[in-house]
Design a protein around this ligand. Structure first.
Ligand SMILES: Nc1ncnc2c1ncn2[C@@H]1O[C@H](COP(=O)(O)OP(=O)(O)OP(=O)(O)O)[C@@H](O)[C@H]1O
Ligand SMILES: [Mg+2]
Length: 403
């Protein structure tokens, strides 16, 4: 079982340490930093974190988040506070905190926050009813324990990351870290140091040594998301890593051995992309030891009832609403839609339906199918702070229970 890595910023004697103890009791690895500067130094040194807890009032949250973003550390920041007013909590969220945790901490809230940050939820629920998906999951389960590199292909929103987490979880490295990096989201000039790290002074702005994602993933799994978008010079460097199993930090000549399982994803037609000369054939063959192709949702409508039921139950639970089934008419509506945004689009549609439905079941009137909203629009709607809503709902429930 993978241990969540939690970093606390604050005094060891302070109330935030109680949150650390509860997280430890839940099996998380907890590190502590006295200041945001100390926390950043630890992150540069390759001490990864899946969540940062920081005390409101003891630290400038906006500045911390800006510093993390400037160095491209993607870690959710959870603001914590004793006797914090609703305005202060709302302000922390506005400043970019993922959520707010009242101190002294509640064990259930800590559990919910840790589960969200670790992505455990997704790994647990790999739904597959359609024969094509069942075949993909069966193949994944067979190859997961091996060291083989796996290329996961499929349209946007088909579940490539869910599949990658499933492979990691079923592997012999499930105790190690799962580190995902989106190769399309990071400018070419930065991606190399992001992947392989850099030495102090390697380039303007490299104020300190920083370990790359490969070193951070040592003993675990790295997911190279949208690997097809990597620039040609980096493709050559990645090929070398796959061949030699070592990385060279930017500004260094000394190779560092890394023991990492490599998974990659792409939503392109890779053979065609290679034939057109956009992606190195030799790298493609190295990545493509096993290919798992996830069919678009419109080609596996048998999955829709199970997925919809799963999302309906999930979003009812985290929003503190009673679980209701989808009516026959609602299901027929879902099964007739082409789902250009695939499972992600279905998830958003069901989430919305759960929130707006007001009958004993979820009827077609609660379902909004936006014909004009493609995968990109869906992606933006997912960025809609779903956890923020859910944790707040959970907190309200706890408060009501206490009152
Ligand atoms: N088989 C599944 N069972 C349960 N949930 C799923 C499944 N497939 C996808 N999902 C959910 O759908 C959403 C999209 O999945 P995911 O992020 O893995 O897609 P993706 O293929 O990586 O998309 P993109 O190409 O845009 O990065 C997630 O919220 C995920 O939890
Ligand atoms: Mg993805």
């Amino acid at each position: 079982m993978y241990a969540m890595r939690l970093m606390l910023i604050g005094r060891l004697a302070g109330p935030i340490a109680d949150a650390g103890r509860l997280a430890l009791a839940r099996g998380a690895k907890v590190a502590q930093a006295e200041s945001p500067e100390q926390a950043l130094a630890a992150l540069r040194a390759g001490k990864g974190a899946d969540a940062i807890f920081v005390e409101v009032g003891r630290c400038d949250i906006a500045a911390l988040i800006a510093a993390l973003e400037a160095e491209r550390f993607v870690v959710p920041v959870i603001a914590c506070g004793v006797d914090t007013t609703a305005e202060q909590a709302a302000q922390a969220i506005e400043q970019g905190a993922r959520d707010f945790l009242p101190l002294p901490p509640d064990a259930d809230l800590i559990a919910a926050i840790l589960e969200d940050a670790s992505g455990e939820g997704e790994a647990r629920s790999m739904i597959a009813s359609a024969p094509a998906m069942q075949a993909a999951v069966a193949l994944a389960a067979r190859v997961a324990p091996s060291a083989a590199t796996v290329l996961i292909t499929g349209e946007s929103g088909t579940g490539k990351e869910v599949m990658a987490r499933f492979l990691h979880k079923k592997s012999k490295r499930s105790d190690g870290a799962f580190i995902a990096i989106n190769c399309a989201a990071i400018p070419e000039a930065l991606l190399e140091s992001e992947l392989f790290g850099h030495e102090k002074g390697a380039f303007t702005g490299a104020a300190a040594r920083r370990l790359g994602k490969f070193e951070e993933a040592h003993g675990g799994t790295i997911l190279l998301d949208e690997v097809s978008e990597m620039a040609p010079t980096l493709q050559a460097k990645l090929l070398r890593v796959l061949q030699e199993r070592e990385v060279v930090r930017v500004g260094s000549n000394a190779p560092v051995k890394v023991d990492v399982r490599i998974l990659a994803t792409s939503n392109r037609d890779m053979p065609a992309f290679v034939a057109e000369g956009h992606f190195r054939a030799d790298l493609y063959y190295r990545l493509n030891v096993i290919t798992l192709d996830l069919p678009p949702l419109r080609e596996r409508v048998q999955d829709i009832p199970a997925l919809a039921a799963h999302f309906a139950a999930h979003y009812a639970e985290i929003n503190g609403l009673p679980t209701r089934v989808l009516s026959g008419a609602a299901l027929r509506m879902l099964q007739a839609h082409p789902w250009p945004g695939n499972v992600r689009e279905l998830e958003n549609a069901v989430h919305r339906a759960v929130l707006v439905a007001d009958g004993d079941d979820i009827g077609p009137e609660a379902i909004l199918l936006d014909a004009g909203l493609g995968p990109q629009g869906e992606r933006e709607a997912a960025a809609a702070k779903i956890l923020g809503i859910s944790i707040r709902a959970l907190r309200e429930k706890l408060n009501n229970a206490a009152a």
